[in-house]
Unconditional design. Structure first.
Ligand code: EPZ
Length: 427
């Protein structure tokens, strides 16, 4: 096992390139199952989760190769239909192979993902949507078996919550169904727009990109494609929040500022300076303000589906609000257990109180965090602890960093190049 050691209190300066989006790469890798042939995906981040998804495709008969951040996938011969438990339990997004397998070959057997640290993570919306397209789903021995008795038929599908992977799974099924499918209350995350673009290049007919109503005209077949993964808005947001916490001046390159409307607004309200153009964001925070006095303005946060404040940045902004000049109320509306980072931040001296799905973060006086030995519990909680360690006084040790490596490409290297005193060591 490895851990991260951070000497806190050093401001960050320089330029950092943002990698491709994990949450776009996963559905787009799954979408290669929809058509036989060779696909080329550019800007694919090399992460634990993308490696797991490629392993799932291998078990289904695909072959793939990687050169730098370009991945080539050949899905000509699908020899299997099962995503096994030992892979799905490590990454619940493996359920994204359900939709394309049903559309391609009419059958799929995927282990139910089970819950994770942040919540129960059910897939009932996915299964209900498949049923509405004519798929029969049964649950047995922890697996969901999905079978289409005949041709899939388009229908109206409505999501109670705008599910991100639910929208992606149904899109990847509807594109090969007969007739028209309308997905209502669809999620609008930019990663879904990236999938819509890929499916369109493959020959799909989809209207309503980036809206909550997607209309799909089913087609007979699709063709392979060459696509580029969009920048990772959550990685970009994580770095912006880290600089706001430590002070300094950093330019993010290869990113898309338009994918971070709510975070940029909140950081400006917190008193940091942000400039951006089409593919870069520069954040400037006076060191004196953020390290000695430990003060940014406290802001309230309510996580919402896109374009609201992303739940995937909630843990990170909480670490920043520890240095707020007042009280910050953070309301987590998406997942039922996404405050696992709070106990670890409290061990560093943070004053945070939880009341149901709300966290009250007391910044106020010259709040300081003291470095400590802390434990990562999930992907974004790990990022929160890294940010806290960078801004704390003294040394922090973060264990179980395999969580972090699921979703951040070379984070330690990137932070080191910005002047952070950070290293990865074997426990
Ligand atoms: C995606 O998860 C992301 N993962 C998550 O990112 C992200 O936090 C989440 O969307 C919300 O933005 C990927 O894209 C691979 P949902 P997903 O379905 O699709 C409930 C990260 O850190 N729900 O949009 O699983 C669900 O419980 C990860 O990168 C049902 O009840 O999330 C939740 O409360 C963590 N039934 C809400 O809807 C369902 O069938 C939104 O979940 C599906 C979802």
């Amino acid at each position: 096992m490895e851990k991260i050691i951070i000497e806190g209190g050093n401001p960050l300066y320089g330029t950092v390139p943002i990698s491709g989006a994990k949450n776009a790469a996963l559905p787009l890798i799954a979408a290669t199952l929809l058509a036989p042939g060779s696909f080329t995906l550019h800007n694919v981040p090399d992460l634990r989760d993308t490696r797991t998804m490629l392993k799932v495709l291998e078990t289904l008969g695909c072959s793939w190769s990687r050169k730098d951040n370009t991945v080539t996938i050949d899905s000509t011969n699908i020899t299997g239909a099962e995503a096994p438990y030992d892979l799905v339990k490590t990454m619940r997004a493996s359920v994204l192979v359900l939709g394309p397998l049903i559309a391609r070959q009419g059958f799929a057997r995927v282990s139910l993902p089970g819950g994770c640290a942040i919540g129960a993570r059910p897939i009932n919306y996915h299964l209900k949507g498949f049923e509405q397209l004519g798929v029969k789903t049964t649950l047995s021995e922890g697996y969901v078996e999905a079978r289409s008795p005949g041709k899939l038929v388009g229908n109206v599908v409505y999501f109670d919550n705008p599910s991100v992977t639910g929208t992606e799974n149904l899109l990847m099924t509807a594109v090969l169904a007969q007739g028209t499918t309308v997905i209502k209350n669809a999620a609008r995350e930019p990663e879904i727009g990236n999938l819509v673009d890929m499916l369109t290049i493959m020959g799909a007919q989809i209207e309503g990109k980036n809206t909550d109503r997607l209309t799909v005209q089913g087609v007979e077949s699709l063709s392979p494609a060459e696509v580029t993964i969009i920048p990772d808005r959550i990685e970009a947001g994580t770095f912006l929040i880290a600089v706001a916490a430590t002070g300094g001046k950093v330019t993010l390159t290869h990113c898309n500022p338009s994918h971070l409307p709510s975070l940029i607004e909140k950081l400006r309200l917190a008193g940091v300076q942000i400039e951006s153009d089409a593919s870069t964001i520069t954040i400037t925070c006076p060191v004196s303000r953020n390290v000695e006095n430990g003060m940014v303005r406290s802001v309230d946060i309510r996580t919402m589906p896109y374009p609201g404040f992303p739940t995937d940045l909630q843990a990170q902004i909480m670490a920043l609000m520890v240095f707020g000049d007042g009280v910050s109320i953070i309301h987590e509306t998406i997942f039922e257990n996404r405050f696992m980072h709070v106990a670890e931040l409290q061990r560093m001296g943070a004053e945070i109180r939880i009341d149901g799905s709300t966290a009250i973060v007391n910044g106020g006086k010259k709040q300081e965090l003291c470095g400590a030995k802390v434990m990562a519990t999930d992907l974004r909680a790990s990022a929160s602890l890294v940010i806290a360690g960078l801004a704390a006084k003294g040394t922090s040790e973060i264990s179980r960093i395999y969580h972090l490596e699921r979703g951040y490409e070379d984070m330690v290297t990137k932070l080191k190049e910005l002047g952070a005193h950070i290293k990865k060591v074997h426990e």
